[in-house]
Design a protein around this ligand. Structure first.
Ligand code: 4AD
Ligand code: MG
Length: 461
């Protein structure tokens, strides 16, 4: 079976030859003694047109095919210079692999994203999702390629863990206990000693701490895997299960970290624009007008850099525009992030050196004693896409920060150990993979860039 992609990419090889293709019917237009089928096999954004005639024994049956039917077609590929599509297949044979019932929910008209979200198993067949999920796949490949070409080692960090990498307490617990009969210890607390792992465990919120252990052995590493957060945020940018890419580099500071993040994003944008031009054109026309021009500008200019303190000065002057007022010490909300990147700088920016009290325990304390060597990368349309930092590499300082925050050092002993045996200056970041796909496609809701989304109150399929 020849794929539609091969046919489009290698047309000379197939023109005027007999070929066999398999795919799903997008539409059938039958007339008295001939008809057209628009066929999609998922390998290429453009469909393939089939012409069939009444010389075929099953002519009547073909004309009655419903949208969604799976068929195999044998015939000659001929050029159609006068038509909209560059070629078509003149069918010698159309065999029906699987008919489609007449209540098939995806018809030729445009459906809303909300409607398509109610059928997560069928929506990958719709044009928009064909484009989104091919871009998602290419984007993943580009990220691997970027890091592998630069000598990074890919580390698979565990999904079940005993520690809270962000110290934010937003974890899904993992247990085999009978929840109707939870054993208690003498103090009345849950007794995990009888549980599967003999201790309290959860799904990982980030692979960073484990990645740091590998960075202190391999120098440059990255993770790429699912992470889980029980955040009760019902927004267009939060999912309970999302994928994250977390590079970690030894002998590097915050500047190196930002440079790496900027290089990576530019590489991924370039790669996807080059490898998925049809999909990008589609997004540019139907999802987000101006997308391509904007992305081209991003790869050809430098990201802006601003300290948190400076950013707050700018935002404070515009507090009348925000529902949450900003002052030094408040965490930036999406509305503030988007204002900075969309209205002030009009391109991606790094905000650096946040107050220590609104950032995670592992970030390196700056000399002012108030801020940490953190960076968030904010992009127009989304806000935060990357969060990263230089890590505290001093044993004593890290230990006292953990004490300050009341973090139980049990569970973090390995992490402190890294500061005991050959500690290095090091830094890393986390790229939210879905937010990256949203940025590249212009899709406005995280539920539409992950195949089977999990969000507050939603775990279908
Ligand atoms: O800023 P975050 O929480 O940083 C970390 O987890 C660090 N351990 C990363 C590191 O330094 N290695 O998360 C990183 C990114 C965010 O910038 C955002 O893009 C994405 O992960 N993210 C989410 N994406 C979708 N749904 C959620 N609930 C997300 N929470 C974070
Ligand atoms: Mg963050």
């Amino acid at each position: 079976i020849t794929s539609v992609r091969e046919i489009y990419k290698n047309r000379e090889k197939f023109l005027d030859k007999k070929i066999t293709v398999g795919g799903w019917v997008r539409s059938v237009r039958g007339s008295k003694n001939f008809g057209f089928i628009v066929l999609h096999d998922g390998t290429y954004f453009e469909p393939l047109q089939i012409v069939y005639h009444d010389k075929l024994a099953n002519f009547e049956k073909i004309s009655k095919l419903n949208v969604g039917a799976a068929i195999i077609v044998k015939g000659m590929l001929v050029a159609t210079p006068k038509a909209k599509q560059p070629f078509e297949i003149q069918a010698d044979e159309v065999s029906v692999e699987g008919a489609s019932a007449s209540d098939y929910p995806l018809q030729k008209k445009r459906h809303t994203m909300e409607y398509l979200r109610t059928m997560q198993h069928l929506r990958p067949r719709a044009n928009t999702f064909q484009a989104v999920f091919r871009v998602r796949s290419l984007c993943a490949y580009a990220i691997h390629k970027f890091f592998q070409d630069r000598g990074f080692v890919y580390v698979n960090t565990p999904l079940i863990t005993g520690s809270d990498a962000e110290g934010a307490g937003e974890m899904f617990q993992v247990t085999t206990m009978d929840l109707n009969n939870v054993p208690k210890d003498k103090k009345g607390n849950t007794d995990y000693s009888q549980d599967f792992f003999g201790k309290e465990t959860n799904l990982t919120v980030s692979g960073q701490l484990d990645a740091e252990a590998f960075a202190q052995a391999f120098g440059k590493v990255y993770t790429f895997g699912p992470t889980f957060r029980a955040e009760n945020s019902n927004t267009t940018r939060h999912a309970a299960e999302f994928w994250m890419i977390e590079p970690e580099i030894a002998f590097a500071d915050l500047c190196d970290d930002m440079q790496l993040a900027e290089d990576m994003l530019k590489y991924v944008i370039r790669y996807v624009m080059q490898e998925a031009p049809e999909e990008m054109k589609f997004f540019n026309s139907f999802v987000d007008k101006g997308l391509i021009e904007r992305l081209e500008h991003v790869v050809n200019s430098d990201f802006a850099r601003v300290t948190y303190t400076k950013a707050v000065e700018i935002l404070e002057k515009n507090n009348d525009k925000f529902s949450y007022k900003v002052h030094w010490g408040t965490d930036l909300q999406t509305e503030h992030e988007r204002y900075l990147t969309e209205e002030v700088y009009k391109k991606p920016i790094f905000v650096t050196d946040y107050p220590k009290d609104i950032k995670a325990f592992y970030m390196k304390l700056n000399e002012d004693g108030k801020t940490v060597a953190a960076m968030d990368c904010l992009v127009p349309g989304i806000g935060e896409i990357i969060g990263g930092s230089q890590r505290e590499d001093d044993y004593k300082k890290l230990e006292s920060r953990m004490d300050e925050l009341g973090l139980d050092s049990e569970g973090y002993e390995f992490y402190l150990d890294l500061r005991k045996y050959g500690s290095t200056r090091h830094a890393g970041f986390g790229l939210g993979f879905e937010r990256c796909v949203m940025y590249l496609t212009g899709i406005g809701n995280i539920r539409d860039v992950i195949p089977f989304p999990r969000t507050v109150g939603n775990c279908e399929l």
